[in-house]
Design a protein around this ligand. Sequence first.
Ligand SMILES: Cc1ncc(COP(=O)(O)O)c(C=O)c1O
Length: 345
Amino acid sequence: MPSTLSPKPSFDFANFTFGVQATDHMLLARYKDLDWEDFQIIPFGEVTLSPLSMCFHYGQTVFEGMKAYRMIDGKINLFRMKNHHDRLNRSLRRMAMPEVPEKLFSEGLKSLISTEAQWVIDDPDYSLYIRPFVIATEPRLGVDAANEYLFMIILSPLKAYYAKNLKVKVETEFIRAAHGGAGFAKNGGNYGASMLPQRLAKKEGFDQILWLDAAERRFIEESGTMNVMFILDGKTLITPPTGDTILEGITRDCILKLAPEQGLEVEETPVAVDELTSWIQAGVRVEAFGVGTAAVISPFESISYLGKSYSTYTGLDAAMYGIKQRLTEIRRGILQDNRRWNYLL
Ligand SMILES: Cc1ncc(COP(=O)(O)O)c(C=O)c1O
């Protein structure tokens, strides 16, 4: 454990951009000779790597995204820590990278967050974003799994991620993931390949892309860094089932469990884009939204498909807001955490 605590940061918590500011410390552990060394908590700063390091060439990079919250009783909550650790290891296995042992992950993260506790301020709209990642560092050219890796955790303050409702475009030219690929993993390559379609969609005035399945280009998969959900006439929540092409979102899992408590029926079922647009045209009240750690719930205000825009419901009585509220209250310790999602420090 570190001997000193971070001083209270001289940071403007009221006014900042997500992702550009890291906290004062970071965690670092190396993997070599088939083993992980102990973690170190060190001042945030640059790391030096050989240009031969394999992460620069062959894409063996994996990351996670989770959050720490300040509860109303003052404790710090590392929300669903175990699930994030499990998913990190699922991604690592797919990329032939060494798993991060449970003890290294949880002890390391607890130590880092204790050091940076003053960055977890008491504000319902605020959280400290946690970015664990593993990269191949072995200095060797040649397409092969590396033998040396670096595991790091860095932290960055976060307020509302998307401040506005999103205009999304159903992507019909590019695809994100195919069966047998690595779509379910949080490896860097999945995100790298999405940059061009995302840029092109932005140029057309859209905020996000809605990916379709690779085989038929018909079924909605996910969106950017979010799983997608729809609520029909305020009664039924539908969402595509996860598989090897869709990331198994932890927010998605929370919402599927909380929606019935909000009186909704829940169905994990393939959602065909042509059916969705025909429901909207037929007057079904469709709420559409992305769900993920960063944004929690991001309402879509319209879905554009083959050049036509379909408006989705974002009125104040939309059911999605109630579910978001419920999730926020569990994380803050206002509602009871019956499923033991909160990991308290
Ligand atoms: C591609 C993708 N889908 C979905 C999600 C949502 O997952 P979670 O709710 O665990 O953040 C993320 C974010 O991690 C993502 O990157």
